[in-house]
Design a protein around this ligand. Structure first.
Ligand SMILES: [Zn+2]
Length: 825
């Protein structure tokens, strides 16, 4: 190798890597024996030359198989080259694969030590840097847990923090940051920039061109082993993105008039961008005439004209934050009208670095839709010979700056990206600050779609001029076999208020049903039903509560029988051990079974309530030598349990069971106690038929301390009028001891966090649940009122924060499932 010249860290000259490919394993032998070639050659890299200057951050992009990883492996010395020269100057720290060199069984702290030693640090050096690495990773709370328990994002954080701690001369990262969350990725970028300022060089491989646009000062595009283009990030990324669109869309008849993307732009080519005219050349007057070379057209739906309008319907390129952005595509259809409904997709990219700010597609099913309804949503209809598709972003949640708008029309088929016509980065808009200082974030845009054609105007229900009542009607009308009520709120309204006489005729607690204290006060309303709390034991309960005949009606009206019949029964009959049939994770169910088996051996198990008997069935399967009985007073559930599982059923009350002289070794009631107004009495009744030494298992949703203090009616554990009692671990144990005598009382808390930040928002005021039917065989959420704009913004932010806060709330406040196991004295 010649003596290195110039101020570079990495110099690659005429590098090639050729793999021999033998069609069959025998061919390798034949080649040796016969001394004639029996292989074909595959060039992973061909004649690649470039230099990376000291302090450069170079991004590498390319499709899978373009040679990116091969190049990095040769530079880091883990793979041999076939020809050419590679000169690397300095200490290299590489993250080629997530968790490389990290032992899954070791804790995070132990892995920092071994990882640091592998990178060439001394033990003292690692120990000195330990705190800094832990701080940067943000994993202090988890650092003494095994690495294998980390999520991929946490693994990425620890790997990156360790790899960058050695003050490398050259940092090489292959896709590892993709697993990190947005906040960590941003922090990683600042660290990369910071260490590159002090002369370090970085090579980053990523599929996220937006990410590379932010951090790199040069980008190299590899295509089939050769350098396709190298240069300033934005030019290369624009060309690359354009090329990707070209590839995925497989246009039959593109009308691009510019140069084929990338064709003339070989390595080291000029700074001009042949595929795209610089935005500054656009005359505002002709702004909405898309640059022809950014238009891909396949037909038969053709975009004739595009308008960008503000909230007053004026064409403009300048918007204020919280204004509306209306993107209107006037189309015509040349030739036969396609069979699929017409869809529209749009995206916004920040002009400075092409970072994708948001994507929207009318072909995305919304959360309240399913496949059965997809094409019945009113704004999804076939194209006509001429019409207008519109996307309205309202409010326009963009920070001040300049953005590029892309849009296209395509078949309204989820997942289909075969555009009829697509305009790539074709329109520029600017958002001015309006005097306010704001910082940018990532948002889900509220996009409101509409389609105005010869068949009239239809609008999507998601935002803007929503007509929620109509939309709700539309969904509810699809009921093929109309029950008495179409939605659960209707049922509650009717049974509890219009006919049930609330609050007159309902029963009142004079003291806490759990601890008998008279220090009880009214705490909050949900669905206008009053909830009280006990000042002594924190027990929360519906007060007044429905009389027994009314409760009976609720469980035998529309919703519960429909769930048994259309949701649970078909699943059970299909023989699947479907987690959806249990309110608990199967792992917890199995733990209960194992616990009972190990303390009782064998005997008689009475499972009380619990849907259509899925848990009783599971017990019977796991404990074949036991006698399992399913006890339930609701006829619909009993019939379903026999039909689905052939279970032995008992419809008797506990007093009747006792009169028949029956006794059991285990009695379980999962998600039953919260449905009873007097849970202590319920436990006492069943205790009569539990033999001394027998096991009682109670499972309930957990109404945690934070739920009780903060979310109250917004907590998903509060479901009146069905949930009459809300427990935490303390008052449930207290209640058992009052109903007792018990010994060996044990409590488990499981499940997802009982409290999340989303519990601040009264989502239940905006949603209803459709009663399932033969067509719509899942309980479907129906949005009944749109969220105010500021609440939508909150929901976005809280949703994004969930990943970050989930573990925290799980740790400080615990999970959503509460199980108590106790032995009768
Ligand atoms: Zn109490």
């Amino acid at each position: 190798m010649s003596e290195p010249k110039g101020d570079y860290s990495i110099r690659v000259a005429n590098l090639s890597k050729v793999y021999r490919v033998y069609p069959r394993p025998l061919d390798m032998l034949r080649e040796i024996v016969q001394r004639s070639p029996h292989h074909t050659e595959f060039a992973a890299l061909r004649d690649v030359s470039f230099e990376v200057k000291r302090g450069d951050v170079m991004g590498i992009i390319g499709l899978n198989g373009s040679g990116k990883s091969t190049l990095l492996k040769i530079i880091t010395g883990t793979l041999d080259k076939t020809a050419g020269e590679v000169d690397v100057r300095g200490r290299v720290s590489a993250i080629l694969e997530l968790g490389t060199g990290f032992h899954p069984e070791y804790t995070g702290r132990e892995n920092i030590l071994t990882g640091g030693l592998c990178l060439g640090m001394t033990r003292d050096e690692v120990m000195r840097k330990m705190d800094g690495i832990i701080d940067f990773s943000g994993l202090r709370e988890f650092i003494d847990r095994p690495f294998k328990t980390y999520s991929s994002g946490m693994q990425a954080r620890l790997t990156f923090a360790t790899a960058t701690s050695i003050d490398p001369d050259i940092l090489i990262i292959d896709e590892a940051l993709a697993a990190g969350d947005a906040a960590f990725v941003q922090r990683s970028f600042s660290r990369i920039r910071q260490i590159c300022k002090s002369g370090c060089t970085a090579l980053l491989v990523s599929h996220s061109t937006g990410m590379l646009g932010q951090v790199c000062n040069r980008v190299l595009w590899l295509d089939q082993g050769s350098i396709h283009m190298i240069g300033d990030p934005l030019s290369v990324i624009r060309q690359y993105d354009l090329n990707i669109h070209h590839l995925v869309s497989a246009y039959r008849n593109p009308v691009r008039t510019g140069v084929e993307p990338g064709d003339s732009s070989r390595a080291g080519a000029s700074k001009s961008e042949p595929g795209i005219r610089p935005m500054s050349e656009f005359d505002p007057a002709t702004l909405y005439q898309a640059a022809p070379h950014s238009v891909f057209r396949a037909g038969p739906v053709i975009i004739e004209r595009v308008e960008l309008l503000n909230q007053h319907g004026q064409a403009t390129r300048l918007f204020s934050p919280w204004d509306s952005l209306v993107i209107r595509a006037h189309y015509r259809c040349d030739g036969e009208i396609p069979d699929d409904t017409l869809g529209m997709a749009m995206s916004l990219n920040r002009k400075a670095d092409l970072l994708a700010i948001c994507h929207g597609s009318s072909a995305n099913p919304d959360s309240y839709e399913d496949t059965a309804h997809y094409n019945r949503v009113p704004f999804r209809k076939k194209p006509s010979h001429a019409g207008v598709m519109e996307a309205r972003l309202q409010p326009l949640q963009l920070a001040p700056g300049e953005y590029l708008v892309s849009l296209g029309l395509l078949p309204g088929v989820p997942g289909n990206l075969q555009f009829y016509e697509y305009h790539h980065f074709a329109y520029e808009i600017a958002v001015h600050s309006g005097g306010a200082s704001q910082t940018a974030g990532f948002v889900y845009p509220l996009v409101h779609w509409s389609h105005n054609s010869s068949n009239g105007v239809y609008e999507s229900p998601t935002a803007g001029a929503v007509k929620p009542a109509d939309w709700r009607e539309h969904l509810l009308q699809t009921t093929q076999e109309p029950g008495q009520y179409k939605s659960i709120n209707e049922e509650i309204d009717s049974v509890c208020f219009r006919e049930g006489g609330y609050p007159n005729g309902w029963l009142r607690h004079q003291h806490c049903p759990c601890c008998l204290s008279t220090r009880i006060i009214s705490a909050f309303l949900k669905f206008n039903l009053e909830h009280w709390v006990c000042g002594e034991c924190d027990f929360v309960f519906l007060n007044p509560y429905p009389p027994p005949q009314l409760l009976d009606r609720l469980y035998n009206a529309a919703y519960y029988p429909a769930v048994r019949r259309f949701v649970e029964l078909p699943k059970a009959k299909a023989g699947r051990e479907d987690a959806a049939l249990f309110s608990y994770p199967i792992s917890v169910m199995l733990r209960i079974i194992e616990e009972a088996r190990s303390s009782v051996g064998t005997g008689r198990w009475l499972e009380v309530g619990g849907g259509i008997g899925s848990f009783a069935h599971l017990v019977q399967q796991r404990l074949p030598d036991w006698s399992v009985f399913f006890n339930e007073t609701n006829r619909v559930s009993l019939d379903a349990a026999r039909e689905a599982y052939g279970l032995a059923t008992l419809s008797d009350s506990p007093a009747e069971l006792k009169a028949r002289g029956l006794e059991f070794d285990v009695i379980s009631a999962i998600d039953v106690l919260e449905h009873t107004p007097d849970p202590c009495e319920f436990v006492r009744q069943y205790l009569q038929v539990l033999r001394p030494g027998g096991i009682l298992v109670i499972g309930v949703p957990r109404f945690s301390r934070l739920n009780r203090l903060i979310s109250q009616e917004s907590s998903s554990a509060v479901i009146p009028p069905y949930h009459l009692s809300l427990f935490n671990e303390h008052n449930l144990v207290r209640l058992l001891n009052r109903a007792g005598p018990f010994e060996n009382v044990r409590v488990w808390v499981d499940g997802i966090p009982a409290f999340t930040l989303l519990d601040f928002v009264k989502t239940w005021q905006h949603w209803d649940i459709k009663v399932p039917d033969a067509i719509q065989d899942q309980p479907t959420g129906v949005q009944v009122t749109p969220y105010p704009e500021h609440v939508s913004r909150w929901l976005n932010a809280l949703g994004a924060a969930y990943e970050l806060t989930r573990d925290l709330f799980l740790e400080v406040d615990g999970g959503s499932l509460l199980t108590v196991i106790a032995r009768k004295k």
